[in-house]
Each structure stands twice: as structure tokens, then as C-alpha cells.
Design a protein around this ligand. Structure first.
Ligand code: MTE
Ligand code: LUZ
Ligand code: MOS
Length: 808
């Protein structure tokens, strides 16, 4: 008899208490207390700046803002058809419905009917071409949200549509050569003849296909915009967005205004995860068009199902590859074609594919490689940014290949991974020509291998499987290397404003947005550190296009790197002015003035920070400053796909152990050990939170989250939590050892920290490959499991049937 799955679980409240205890234990509280005493304000585990508001329900999201008198509510009428032509809309019946104030169509947009972020191929409202089920055809504005939604639900009856055959999958689009942008090619030859020749001459070859699914961002706060008309035709939009400046520009275009007439503001998002990098635009534009037309405030808050139906998500990818390798598993040559499901428009599919191609190498030296990227145009929602931005899709392909090579050779996959790692002084150039100068993958993996007891547990897993016919265990270690910087050079800039008021309190504003990741906490720490003051003095305010202009999206994990440096620049200028003023008054050298612990040491005296500020005010010193930062050293030749797109790399690795029930396909994650590189962390508690969150979120992507479009109608059938399964707190493994790697950023990043938002999303590759290991065990390790991602229970069962049917 097999034992039942070990599902003994804590209740959520107990689990949370336990979690807090464990997190505290993983952070060296003693070292932090010492650092604090010495005046450091970075490298300290501060709670999130809004944590007390989050837990009390007192943190204001856009729908919590007090509504102005006269506010109207908007809802979108959606296409019931995936492809075709909109021949007409009969809106009279809808206009006559209770509470309806106006119904707007594409013709009511005074400026450009486009909300595309890079390529302008994204209509706000349909103007003839029907592109997907869920495409907004018209907008209803009504006295209440309920009235607007009831009226918008009449879309099917109102629209006359000539339907055409939809193209739904990336393979269908690829077969027709139908793409949203030209195919991309990235090739590197170390030996004559390149990848093709290397594969042909290799002792072993592997040719196969693989695919991974897409993923819904599932931010807790859905898409929302609240537009308020202002005097002189101007517009103020409260928008839940990662990219206020782009919202400003797109709203201005839609209204036919200059950018200076549009003011976009965002205090915080209830999660973005990439889903609000570009796709908040449609809602900002519709709300603004309606508010502009009616000269009344208009709020557009999407219902969860509509959010699924209208907006895009992570691109699913399909791969076709061939590799050649030697008898130890060293990869000699690799060819791969990646086809993504871009959806109906380009959106960010180009930069996503670029990042996918630039992450196929992951942590591995690929001497001769040839990659091709195709962004398939389909009659589905337009896919967009999602944590990792194509990086996870690129890297999982090589991980699947290496796992397969190990299985073909009967070697431990960790050994095959290690033999392919980038070297330190040689074998260290990426396919796109960037030299890997900060490689720590060898040390990091060695540390994790030891601390997780990988080798002994691999043997224990084998021993368990030898006597357990139904339950099978599996274990895997997966490493990651992730490039930090936007792969579009000019996005790598940021600005900030720091105000020191004459009571000694400090207000910071920067171009980044807060989505729960703790960016404002980190920026406040940087400013407190620079001015040598306590955290209580520093407040960070809403991101606002009237304060810092031309900001980049808070994305590519660069929020703290860019805005932290910009805020540091601003704070340093104020500190230097204060020091000069204090030295002038009290004597001594300005360069010797020290700021720490709310005190200023000048010429042997210790003055309060408040005193020095008050004196500086009387001396007419400017007590506020702007700051700016542009990441140095970047270069990128887009056509050759060559250069140095990344300032540095972040690294990490995870070991996961699972048990799979081979009769039902159910599985459990028994234990996960993570060692992740955040450089010299600005805030270890926040960073560990990011690592844990990304791990669980990525595990959902690779296991339970499955998107299903109806093969005939093209309707997304999994558009609510009833059918789309994201992980919950109970999916955290009972043993979850998360640690940060100790070591600084080799580059001069903000306090030598590293970006942490996206890279750990690759850590749960270890869960997927542990499941693959368990499935392989179910077939006696005779053949490579054809396991696709997400590894849902159905997918696991199918793979088990296949490996069990394989000849002995
Ligand atoms: N963490 C939380 N809690 N909520 C989010 O929406 N987004 C992720 C990551 N971590 C996200 C998050 C994504 S996609 C990115 S790019 C980064 O945060 C952005 O923030 P940063 O650059 O400040 O790390
Ligand atoms: N590149 C990138 C981008 O690497 N990450 C991003 O989030 C992004 N967004 C827009 C354009 N390029
Ligand atoms: Mo994150 S996908 O770069 O918003």
C-alpha cells in the first residue's frame, strides 16, 4: 500500500504566523540592528511602506477614491465573434435602457483611435475589423456601474457581424506566415559552419518540439481608470498603471490634445505583473474620451471576467529544435524556432520575443547556435508583458533540452547542467555578444547543492520509488541567469524629486510606480540613507506625470535600480548644499560634514538634522532637488541582435522535490530550497517576499494555470477563478527554505543591489522538472517524458501513459 499524499496542512492563520517566524529567522536581525545603529538605512528589512494600510484596508486603490459629484460609470460592449467585419451597430435600444447617458463608438474618438504602445496597430474601439472574442465594440456610459454593465451586455444583439474563420494557435499562424512583426534571427558561430555543422558532426543529436502555456496576470485589483475633466479642455486620469507617461501620451492622442493637457496619476496598483505596462491604456483612453465628451467624471472598472476577455497576458510559446551534444552532455550546436501567440496586435510582442531569444542561453555556453523568433498573429487577446517578459519562455526551452539530454545519457541532470555552465574567463560570451563578467552560477549552485542535501535526497527519491508503485517522487535543481535592463536602450532612464521641508520632513517623488513590490519602500530607504535620517521622516507620494516627466514603465525589474539612483542623485545634491551651509556657519570643511541618525556632525559639533535644515532655509539654500539617472554602458544593434543589452545579470537556483500520484496525476510540492542573488539587498525582507511570490506565481504558470480557447468560436473559456486555477497560500510547500546569496553587484548599481522583481519567476522550473523526473520514474526512466507545460494533472497523466507504454 502506498501512503496517502502528505497533505497534513496548517490552517491559514497558523501558516501565516509560521511564515513570519521563518522569514524572521532567515534574516540576520542582529546584523541589521548594528547597521541601523551605525546609521545605515539600506540593507535593512523594513516593512513595506504601506503594509499597515494594506492590512487595515486603508490603502487607497483607485476605486476607493471618493467619487466626485456627477461621476458616471462606463462598461464595454464586447465582440461575441473572433474574426470578421463589423457591418453595423444598432444602439438605439441600448441608449433607451434605464440609466444610460451615452453610448460611444470609434467615431466618437476625437483624436486617434489607437492605444498601441510601440507599433500603432491597436484600436481603442472597433472600427470595422473584428479581431477577437472580447474586443471592445462600444462603450456605455450610465448613472451607475450596474446600469452600464446591463446595457453593455446587449452587445450581441446590437452588432451585425460578418464572421470569418479565426486563426487561434501560434502553429496555425506560423503555417500561414502570419505575424505581428517581422521574424527575428539571432545566430552565433564559434566554429566554421555554425550550428548546422556542429549538430551534424556531434556524437549525439536530439530533435523535438516543446510548448509552454500563457498566463493571466490575475492582479487582485483589475484594470481601472477614473477620468476627470479639467478646465480649458484638460484631463486628469487616475489610472492603475505601471506606465503613467505612456497613458498620458495615448490619452492625449485619443483626445487630440498636447501631453501637457493630460495629467495621469497612480498612487499604487493592487498588482500589475506586466499586465498594466501597456494594457491599462484602453481603459484610460475610453474613460478619458467619455469624460471629455460629457464633461463629467467617468470611471471604468472592469469586471474580472471582462478583464480576462479584453486584455492579453503572457505569451504561450511553441518550439521546434535540434541540438547536437557529446557523450557527457556538452551542447555543441543548437537550432531553435520559437513561435509565440502574439494575439491580434503587436503590443510588446517584439521586445518579449527579443528577451526570449536573449534568454535561450540561460546559464549555459552555447558555442554554435541559431535562433529564430516568430510572433504569430492570432484572433485572440493581444498578449503582453508578464513577469519575466519572454525570459522564462526562452530559458525553459534550453532547460527542457538539457533535462532531455541527461535522460538520454542516463546522467543526473545537475551534472549535465553544470558541464554546460558559462565559464569565468572563457566560454563566457552570450550568443548576442555580451561578455558574462559577473558569473556566480558555479558558487551559487554549489552552495545550494550542499544546503539542500541534493545528492542524498536524489538517492532517497530513488529508494522511495523502488518500493512505491503508485506514488513516485522526483527532484530537480534548476539555475537561472537573467539580464537586467530594458532591451530598448532609451527606456533605461529615470527622474526623481526630493523636497526637504523646513520642518525637516522629506517628500520624495519618482517616476516609478508601486504595485506591491516595495519600490517606494526601497526609494525611501535610499533617500533616508543619503540624508542620514530616520525612515519616519520620509514620505513617498503618488506617481504623477506633472512631477516627473517622460518616465519609463516600471518594468524589466529596473524600478529600484533606476529610480533609486535618480532619488539618490537628488538627495545627494541637497545633502551637499546642507553640508556647505553648515560648514559656512559652524566652520570646518564641508566635505567632512557627516549625516547619520538624524544628526549632522560639523566641525566637531553634533547638530540636529532639523536645526541644520532650518538654518539652511534662513540662509536661502534650495532645499529641494531633482535627480536623474541613465544606465551606463548599454548598446544594442536591433537588426543584428548584438551588443550589450544588459547592465548586469541576476542569478539564482532552486531545488524542488515533488510526489506524484500516478493514478490521478495529482502532485504535491514537498520541499523547495532557493538561493537567489539580489546583490547587496536594499531590503532583505522585501526581496525574500519577491522571491517567494515569484516562485509560487511561476509554479502556477507551469502547473495549474491553463488557458483554453474554444477551437471553433475562439472564445476564451477559462475566464474566471472557477476554471483558471492560480496557486493559493496552501500551495506553498511545507518546507520552504529561501535564502539570499551573499555577494555584491559587480556593477555600480544602487548600493550594489540587484533587481529582484522578475528573475525569481524562473526558479519554479525546478518544480516542473521535478514533476518530469517523477513521471520518468513511473516509466522506469526508460524514455523521456513528453510532458508539456502547464503540467496539469491531465498533462501529467498523459505523459505517464506514454512513458509506461514505451518498450522496455
Ligand atoms: N510584485 C508585486 N507584489 N506585484 C507586482 O505587480 N510585478 C513584477 C515584480 N514584482 C509585481 C511584483 C514585475 S512584472 C516587475 S517588472 C517588477 O515587480 C517591477 O517592479 P520593480 O522594477 O520595482 O522590481
Ligand atoms: N524590454 C524589457 C521592454 O526587457 N522589458 C520590458 O518590460 C519592456 N517593456 C517595453 C519595451 N521593452
Ligand atoms: Mo514586468 S513583466 O517587466 O512589468
Amino acid at each position: 500500500m502506498n501512503r496517502p499524499l502528505d497533505t497534513a496542512r496548517l490552517q491559514p492563520a497558523e501558516a501565516f504566523a509560521d511564515y513570519l517566524k521563518n522569514t524572521a529567522a532567515r534574516i540576520d536581525a542582529g546584523a541589521e540592528a548594528l547597521a541601523l545603529r551605525d546609521g545605515a538605512r539600506v540593507g535593512i528589512s523594513r516593512p513595506h511602506e504601506s503594509a499597515h494600510l494594506h492590512v487595515a484596508g486603508a490603502a487607497a486603490y483607485i476605486d476607493d477614491l471618493p467619487e466626485l459629484a456627477g461621476t458616471l460609470h462606463c462598461a464595454l460592449g464586447l465582440s461575441p465573434v473572433a474574426h470578421g467585419r463589423l457591418l453595423g451597430l444598432s444602439l438605439d435600444a441600448i441608449r433607451a435602457m434605464p440609466g444610460v447617458v451615452a453610448v460611444l463608438t470609434a467615431e466618437d474618438i476625437p483624436g486617434t483611435n489607437d492605444c498601441g504602445s510601440i507599433i500603432h496597430d491597436d484600436p481603442i474601439l472597433c472600427s470595422g475589423e473584428i479581431r477577437y472574442v472580447g474586443q471592445p465594440l462600444f462603450a456605455v456610459v450610465a448613472e451607475t456601474r450596474d446600469a452600464a454593465r446591463r446595457a453593455a451586455a446587449q452587445a450581441r444583439a446590437a452588432a451585425t457581424i460578418e464572421a470569418a474563420e479565426p486563426v487561434l494557435t501560434p502553429q496555425q499562424a506560423h503555417a500561414r506566415g502570419q505575424y505581428v512583426l517581422p521574424p527575428m534571427h539571432l545566430e552565433r558561430s564559434t566554429h566554421e559552419g555554425g550550428a548546422r555543422r556542429a549538430i551534424e558532426r556531434a556524437p549525439h543529436r536530439l530533435k523535438s518540439t516543446f510548448d509552454v502555456g500563457g498566463q493571466e496576470q490575475f492582479y487582485l485589483e483589475g484594470q481601472i481608470s477614473y477620468a476627470i475633466p479639467k478646465e480649458g479642455g484638460a484631463m486628469h486620469v487616475h489610472c492603475s498603471t505601471q506606465h503613467p507617461s505612456e497613458m498620458q501620451h495615448l490619452v492625449a492622442h485619443a483626445l487630440g490634445l498636447h501631453a501637457h493637457a493630460v495629467h495621469v496619476e497612480c498612487r499604487r496598483m493592487g498588482g500589475g505583473f506586466g499586465g498594466k505596462e501597456s494594457q491599462s491604456a484602453l481603459f484610460a483612453c475610453v474613460a478619458a474620451v467619455a469624460a471629455n465628451r460629457l464633461r463629467r467624471p467617468v470611471k471604468l472598472r472592469l469586471d474580472r471576467d471582462d478583464d480576462f476577455m479584453v486584455t492579453g497576458r503572457r505569451h504561450c510559446f511553441w518550439y521546434e529544435y535540434e541540438v547536437g551534444y557529446d557523450s557527457e552532455g556538452r551542447i555543441l550546436g543548437a537550432e531553435i524556432s520559437m513561435v509565440s501567440r502574439a494575439g491580434h496586435s503587436a503590443d510588446l510582442s517584439g521586445p518579449v520575443m527579443t528577451r526570449a531569444l536573449c534568454h535561450f542561453d540561460n546559464a549555459y555556453w552555447l558555442p554554435d547556435v541559431s535562433m529564430h523568433g516568430y510572433s504569430g498573429k492570432t484572433n485572440t487577446q493581444s498578449n503582453t508583458a508578464f513577469r519575466g517578459f519572454g525570459g522564462p519562455q526562452g530559458a525553459i526551452a534550453i532547460e527542457n533540452i538539457i533535462d532531455s539530454i541527461a535522460r538520454e545519457l542516463g546522467r543526473d541532470p545537475l551534472d549535465v547542467r553544470r558541464i554546460n555552465f558559462y565559464g569565468k574567463d572563457e566560454r563566457n560570451v552570450t550568443p548576442y555578444g555580451q561578455v558574462v563578467t559577473d558569473n556566480i552560477v558555479h558558487e551559487l549552485v554549489a552552495q545550494l547543492e550542499a544546503s539542500s542535501d541534493y545528492r542524498a535526497r536524489r538517492e532517497a527519491v530513488a529508494a522511495f520509488n523502488a518500493t512505491s508503485p503508485v506514488l513516485k517522487r522526483g527532484i530537480a535543481l534548476a539555475p537561472l541567469k537573467f539580464g537586467i535592463s530594458f532591451n530598448v536602450k532609451h527606456f533605461n532612464q529615470a527622474g526623481a524629486l526630493v523636497h526637504v521641508y523646513n520642518d525637516g520632513s522629506i517628500l520624495v517623488n519618482h517616476g516609478g510606480t508601486e504595485m506591491g513590490q516595495g519600490l517606494n519602500t526601497k526609494v525611501a530607504q535610499v533617500v533616508a540613507h543619503e540624508l542620514g535620517v530616520g525612515f519616519e521622516r520620509v514620505r513617498v507620494t503618488a506617481t504623477d506625470t506633472t512631477k516627473v516627466a517622460n518616465t519609463s514603465a516600471t518594468a524589466a525589474s529596473t524600478g529600484a535600480d533606476l529610480n533609486g539612483k535618480a532619488a539618490q542623485d537628488a538627495a545627494r545634491q541637497i545633502r551637499e548644499r546642507l553640508a556647505a551651509c553648515a560648514a559656512a556657519r559652524h566652520g570646518g570643511d564641508a566635505a567632512a560634514v557627516r549625516f547619520a541618525n538624524d544628526k549632522v556632525e560639523v566641525n566637531g559639533r553634533s547638530l540636529g538634522f532639523d536645526t541644520v535644515v532650518a538654518e539652511a532655509y534662513l540662509d536661502r539654500v534650495q532645499l529641494w532637488s531633482d535627480g536623474f539617472y541613465a544606465t551606463p554602458g548599454l548598446s544594442w544593434d536591433k537588426d543584428r541582435m548584438h551588443g550589450r543589452p544588459f547592465y548586469y545579470y541576476a542569478y539564482g537556483a532552486a531545488v524542488s522535490e515533488v510526489v506524484v500520484d500516478t493514478l490521478t496525476g495529482e502532485w504535491k510540492l514537498l520541499r523547495a530550497d532557493i538561493l537567489h542573488d539580489a546583490g547587496k539587498s536594499l531590503n532583505p525582507a522585501v526581496d525574500i517576499g519577491q522571491v517567494e511570490g515569484a516562485f509560487i506565481q511561476g509554479m502556477g504558470w507551469l502547473t495549474t494555470e491553463e488557458l483554453v480557447w474554444h477551437p471553433q468560436s475562439g472564445k476564451l473559456t477559462t475566464h474566471a477563478p472557477s476554471t483558471y486555477k492560480i496557486p493559493t497560500a496552501n500551495d506553498c510547500p511545507p518546507v520552504f527554505n529561501v535564502r539570499l546569496f551573499e555577494g555584491p553587484n559587480f556593477e555600480d548599481s544602487i548600493h550594489r543591489s540587484k533587481a529582484v522583481g522578475e528573475p525569481p519567476l524562473l526558479l519554479p522550473f525546478s518544480v516542473f522538472f521535478a514533476i518530469r523526473d517523477a513521471v520518468s520514474a513511473a516509466g522506469g526512466h526508460r524514455t523521456c517524458p513528453p510532458l508539456r507545460a502547464p503540467a496539469t494533472s491531465e498533462s501529467i497523466l498523459r505523459a505517464i501513459e506514454s512513458v509506461q507504454a514505451a518498450p522496455a
